[in-house]
Design a protein around this ligand. Structure first.
Ligand code: RNT
Ligand code: ZN
Length: 413
């Protein structure tokens, strides 16, 4: 009943609720595996989030291995509507009993168990080389290091990972996004900014040299990190220019990687003028790249609105990137991913055509009125119906299930 009323209310501003729900359900959101274990990974004892990224908090129950991470992910995914992918890092290699190889020697077989599981779950995979939390990060540097051995190790790692990503894409019938983020930078004022960037450029050329059809390559810039306050080798300009001058390499926008007043929602339409794909890491920076759990806030809605009004949902590769170790990790996944789904559906229900037309007529008064006055339309009723049709709990109804899981499973770890 309330859904039917909501449908009518939205029809009043020209929005088709049925179509919006269909489009939202068909748009994949890539859930990052690293929310489940504080970016620890399976391949090092004391690695994990390091080198410019940090998790804070010590909430009990983090996933410690492949079985636990899969189980937690499945629990979270079962409480979230919409189409999902899983985003893995190379540090999540699954080794046979007694086996271990370093990151430059990784092979497809170390990820075959993930692919088998993804097939069962009906998920496609995205992938990332892991250039942090490892002893070969020397003086905070990887691909831009002046040490040839260090560069070689990480180039070989990236080449190996890219091949694995290609095979994953083939196996699952959907190209894998393979995103390169490196921590390279300087705590204090550098005396050479050019040399490291030229080394990074040469390293990337080697990494991307092989033509692989089931990989979409991306490079992720960042303004600064803890311990890398003065300079970041992989800056925004560096990577946008790199991607623009290299076939099938894309700049990935992470919403936490810019100056605090700079928003990626404004960068989306700029990049869409030049790139046919647009990979994203949606995060929530609080004063810095803090990777807080994504919530239904203004910038999340603005990001989704841009994707919708630029007609770019099929070109975008929407991924999430947050990690909070201070609250229940399964709940964090559910809250953040549901918020992204919610914002996507919300964006699909806005009167974009009318608003654009008002802008073109310079009728800014009516534009502001309409933007503001659509905010209180009964969106909650549409979201509830969307969840019902997806067979997942409504808002506030999923929480008890996560608590039950905590009592039975994660608190016992
Ligand atoms: C770090 C980048 C990067 C990582 C993940 C784990 O600042 O955002 O994307 O968070 O790859
Ligand atoms: Zn990121």
């Amino acid at each position: 009943m309330s859904f039917e009323n909501a449908k009518k209310a939205y029809a009043g501003i020209g929005a088709d609720v049925e179509k919006a729900m269909e489009t939202a359900a068909a748009t994949a959101i890539s859930m990052h595996c690293w929310q489940g274990d504080d970016v620890a990974g399976f391949d090092t004892v004391d690695g994990g989030a390091a080198d410019g990224i940090q998790t804070t908090g010590n909430y009990p129950g983090r996933a410690r291995n492949f079985e636990e991470l899969k189980a937690d992910f499945e629990k979270a995914a079962s409480l979230i509507p919409g189409k999902k992918r899983i985003n893995l890092h190379a540090s999540y290699a699954v080794f046979a009993e007694g086996e271990w190889v370093d990151r430059d020697k990784l092979e497809y077989k170390h990820f075959a168990p993930w692919v088998e599981w993804a097939k069962e779950q009906g998920l496609a995979i995205d992938f990332n080389p892991t250039l942090f939390g490892h002893p070969m990060v020397k003086d905070g540097l990887t691909l831009s290091s002046p040490d040839e051995k260090v560069r070689r190790f990480w180039i070989d790692h990236c080449i190996a990972v890219r091949r694995i990503a290609d095979r994953m894409g083939r196996e699952l019938g959907s190209p894998a996004l393979n995103n390169v983020w490196i921590p390279d930078g300087m705590k204090d004022i550098p005396s050479d900014r050019f040399g490291p960037r030229m080394r990074l450029k040469a390293a990337l050329d080697e990494i991307f040299a092989e033509k692989l059809d089931f990989v979409v390559d991306s490079v992720e810039s960042k303004v600064f990190g803890i311990g890398l306050e003065s300079y970041t080798t992989g800056s925004n300009e560096f990577y946008v220019a790199y991607a623009a001058s290299h076939e099938k390499v894309y700049p990935l926008l992470d919403s936490g990687h810019y100056h605090p007043t700079e928003l990626i929602s404004d960068k989306i339409p700029s990049l869409l003028c030049f790139f046919d794909r647009l990979p994203l890491h949606i995060s929530r920076p609080v004063r810095w790249d803090s990777d807080h759990v994504v919530i239904f806030d203004d910038e999340l809605r603005e990001i989704m609105k841009e994707l919708v009004r630029c007609g770019a949902l099929e070109r975008a590769m929407i991924g999430l990137d947050f990690f909070d170790a201070s609250i229940n990790r399964v709940a964090a996944w559910v809250i953040g991913t549901r918020a992204a789904e919610k914002a996507l559906l919300w964006a699909l229900l806005q009167p974009h055509e009318a608003l654009k037309e008002m802008q073109d007529r310079a009728d800014y008064t009516q534009r502001l009125m309409l933007m503001e006055d659509t905010k209180t339309l009964p969106f909650g009723d549409v979201w509830d119906e969307y969840c019902r049709r997806a067979g997942v709990p409504l808002d506030r109804e999923w929480y008890e299930e996560v608590m039950r899981y905590e009592r039975k499973v994660t608190s016992k770890r």
